[in-house]
Design a protein around this ligand. Structure first.
Ligand code: GN1
Ligand code: MG
Length: 359
């Protein structure tokens, strides 16, 4: 067992003795480990990527407020098994804070939710449950009294993401603009820029609000029990004020993709309308009461925005020389870009069909 990890985990109020620590999950940003103990619970130990989350104090403040608020709602609703329905972060023994740092690395520990399953792909039935769960998550947070900050400022701001791509192209830090394919994708991306920056314009016009959203609703950020019921939503680092498009669009970006996020075979990648229909129906059943007509009308737009934004982010990272996302091979970010671009075009071609299904 890695003694350093054991020492760090031991700083938190863990019950029992640690018997094993091993890597967990496939996140692209933080390093995550499972801490196995001989006590009643196992734990998740995470090193927070501080080069991305610059203000860990704010980050953990958001998470503390959100988990406390949701816990309160579940208790008020008479829910049982609450420890499997909302994450619980442990205090660090000395500071009492929900994270520990030595000034170089930032760490936190949460209780590992027992008998939970994550999926990289879902059936329409499960997509429907996920829609209900994400709509409920937003509804529960609608009256949170605390002020939450943006843990990554302007995280899902498309104008900013387009600007960052432009800066990456201008700097060409890794010499990748010499590749004609990269140039061609960049040109294609900018053709749709105005169309895809619609949300920021609507916000400036005062017709699109920001609400507390999850902002990383990848299908693998949701825990299911063995019967297929949703237990809870995990990966709360990006819970912050955003447009509802974030949660709706990012879930479909992963779940309605018939291929993988980084599928090298573009024939596998298409936008699956059955998943859209089921997810949208579930989402509207719980979010419908607070959605404004503008938000609702633009849900098909949201389904196209997220593959587009993700293509822009992967492409910018590729051009920057892979400084943000973890990669498994040198061209990985380019392969991801191609797959997200294909998904964007496929979703965009189905917007009318999506609008009909929402009526
Ligand atoms: C990152 O950490 P992970 O894998 O859940 C990213 C998301 C992207 C996603 C792409 C903080 O999420 O925004 O959509 O990768 N998170 C951050 O797979 O940038
Ligand atoms: Mg994740």
């Amino acid at each position: 067992m890695d003694e350093k990890l054991k020492m760090i985990a031991g700083r938190f109020e863990i019950a029992g003795n640690i018997t094993e620590i091993r890597p967990l999950g496939n996140g692209l940003i933080n390093d995550t480990f499972l801490v196995v103990t001989d006590g009643p619970d196992n734990y998740v130990l995470q090193r927070i990527n501080q080069s991305i989350f610059r203000d860990v104090d704010l980050l953990q403040h958001n998470i503390d407020c959100v988990t406390r608020h949701i816990r309160g709602k579940l208790e008020a609703a008479g829910e049982t098994d609450i420890d499997r329905k909302v994450l619980r972060f442990l205090p660090e023994k000395e500071s009492g804070k929900s994270y520990w740092t030595d000034g170089k690395e930032w760490w936190r520990v949460s209780v590992f939710i027992r008998d939970a399953i994550t999926y990289e792909a879902v059936t329409p039935e499960y997509a429907g449950y996920a829609g209900v769960a994400f709509g409920r998550f937003e509804a529960m947070l609608a009256d949170i009294p605390d002020k939450l900050g943006e843990t990554i400022p302007d995280f899902h701001n498309m104008e900013l993401r387009a600007r960052q791509l432009r800066e990456a192209v201008a700097a060409d830090a890794a010499g990748r603009m010499a590749d004609p394919e990269v140039r061609a994708i960049v040109d294609e991306v900018f053709k749709y820029e105005e169309e895809m920056c619609k949300a920021e314009r609507m916000h400036r016009e005062g017709i699109l609000p920001k609400r507390i959203c999850h902002c990383d609703t990848k299908v693998n950020n949701m825990l299911f029990d063995r019967e297929g019921n949703i237990l809870c939503v995990i990966d709360l680092d990006t819970v912050m004020p955003s447009f509802v498009f974030s949660d709706f669009g990012d879930f479909l970006r992963t779940a309605a993709n018939t291929g993988a996020e980084d599928d090298p075979d573009l024939d596998n990648v298409n936008f699956n309308m059955e998943i859209f229909n089921a997810f949208a129906k579930g989402y509207i059943s719980t979010a419908g009461e607070f959605l404004t007509p503008v938000e609702r009308e633009n849900l098909p737009f949201a389904a196209t925005l997220f593959p587009y934004m993700q293509a822009v982010r992967f492409l910018a990272d590729y051009i920057n020389g892979d400084t943000y996302y973890k990669i498994k091979y040198p061209e990985h970010n380019l392969v991801r870009t191609r797959a997200q671009w294909k998904l964007f075009l496929s979703a965009r071609a189905k917007m009318d069909e999506m609008a009909l299904s929402l009526q």
